[in-house]
Design a protein around this ligand. Structure first.
Ligand SMILES: [Zn+2]
Length: 458
């Protein structure tokens, strides 16, 4: 009897890994070749493709449309006698627009070159949709003894806010997608601190509470300079807005993220983080001393503060007229648990009496509890695939469909391999030359399969 120090890698396991990789790549290429740019969306193309695949496997599905062409597809594998509520594998098939002439390869080509599959949506998020579909089909073929229903859903209209996708399906066909937990986009991209590799799993996101700032002042003929104009007041308001230092707010997912980094790295890093975590008035300047890459530091700031970033200036009509009013649109982003009106009041106080600040939308953040058996399963499944990985909960600064499904605990996780592709991918999302490496696609689809095989059969 031989003894081997390495874990067993059976032929069946290799076959499964190879078929998931190959199948996810094939479906991704096909999905990338369908132009589901939003606007107008036309996600029906993707829904019909996926429907044909499901039909060939003997899996029933529903396609529902909030408007002509704006199709969401849902399929379900039933547990014979469920002992728990459903699990949802979710994604979206719409993609953002492209500037095709800036691409090195066709944005709807699905070309497979040197291991990369090219096309708009490869990363956001037809890649994950294809990976989840491949895992879903593999679960069916393996005839796993499911103890929970497994739902696959590819929504329309995520990029434009989900009104014709997740929001509409939740309000009109909730029975199709209702679940205890869901896997979604938003996490699984590793980052390094102090030589260790951390994967974040999105358990929550900030909400958009947008503001309008209105500066008023004396109008007049522009040939005669006068004091107290709207432009002068806007200038002062902008300066004050940029000087504003909102207090750091450490929500529970970010506390767990920081504690996880402290535990993994120990030493001075642990001392620094723990001093911030126990403080009644935690200070960003202390946290900013962590040895972080600039982009990681910027992200950590964004997920630990309510932020107000001015984006659009409007005002003035003629070159020779001093306007009496100019406005500034401010992209406000709130942490979970924060009050939009209190946020508005804080920005107003920062700006002072030179301008009036009003709320134009009242989005609040959301957070699922990371202290759950499903989060534990995500962690153990990932650590079985990547033993050195640390898996930690986090918020994201942006938004996904998760906020539109208030009854479901949504976790964003579709892992990619640690290494230089992480930095490559960041600017490709919504940028030019979007592409994903098939080894990352393989890891993601394998993760989804293993998670289901672990969590939905016990
Ligand atoms: Zn997306």
């Amino acid at each position: 009897m031989s003894s081997s120090p390495t874990p067993p890698s059976t032929a069946a396991d290799d076959t499964l890994a190879a078929s998931l990789k190959q199948e996810a790549a094939r479906h991704l290429q096909a999905l990338l070749r369908l132009d589901t740019t939003s606007p107008p969306g036309n996600e029906r193309l993707a829904a019909d493709y996926i429907g044909d695949i499901l039909t060939a496997e003997g899996i029933e599905f529903r396609i529902v449309e909030a408007a002509p062409g704006r199709a969401t597809i849902v399929a379900r594998l039933r547990a014979a006698s469920p002992t728990g509520r459903s699990i949802l594998l979710m994604g979206h098939t719409d993609v953002v627009t492209v500037e095709a002439d800036k691409w090195e390869r066709g944005p709807f080509s699905g070309e497979h070159v040197d291991g990369f599959i090219w096309g708009r949506g490869a990363l956001d998020m037809k890649g994950q949709v294809a990976g989840e579909l491949a895992a879903f089909l593999a679960v069916k073929r393996a005839d796993l003894p499911l103890t929970r229903d497994l739902i696959f859903c590819a929504f329309a209209d995520e990029e434009a806010g989900g009104k014709l996708g997740a929001d509409w399906v939740w309000n009109h066909h909730r029975e199709l997608i209702d679940a205890e937990y869901a896997i979604n986009e938003g996490g699984g991209s590793p980052f390094d601190i102090g030589g260790a590799s951390f994967y974040t799993c999105q358990v929550g996101e900030k909400g958009g509470s947008r503001l309008q700032l209105t500066a008023r002042g004396n109008p007049g003929h522009a040939s005669i300079p006068i004091p107290g104009t709207a432009m002068r007041n806007l200038g002062i308001a902008l300066q004050r807005l940029h000087d504003w230092q909102p207090p750091m707010v450490l929500t529970s997912p970010v506390r767990l993220l920081l504690q996880g980094v402290a535990d993994a790295l120990g030493g001075d890093t642990r001392t620094l983080i723990e001093s911030v975590l126990v403080s009644d008035t935690p200070n960003w300047d202390d946290l900013a001393r962590l040895p972080l890459a600039d982009n990681v530091r910027a992200m950590l700031y964004a997920i630990s503060h309510n932020t107000a970033v001015p984006t659009i200036v409007a005002g003035g009509q003629r070159i020779n007229v001093i306007p009496s009013e100019v406005t500034l649109s401010i992209d406000g982003r709130l942490l979970p648990g924060e009050d939009p009106e209190a946020f508005r009041a804080a920005v107003q106080e920062a700006v002072g009496d030179v301008a009036e600040v009003t709320l134009t939308s009242r989005g609040t953040g959301i957070a699922a509890d990371p202290d759950s058996p499903f989060f534990d399963a995500i962690r153990t499944t990932m650590q079985a695939l990547q033993p050195d990985a640390h898996i930690l909960p986090t918020l994201i600064s942006g938004g996904t469909d998760a906020k539109l499904l208030p009854g479901i605990k949504v976790y964003g996780f579709f892992p990619i391999l640690a290494g230089e592709r992480v930095a490559l991918y960041n600017p490709l999302v919504h940028g030019h030359n979007e592409r994903i490496h098939i080894d990352d696609l393989a890891l993601g689809s394998r993760f989804v399969y293993d998670l289901v095989a672990t969590f939905c059969t016990t």
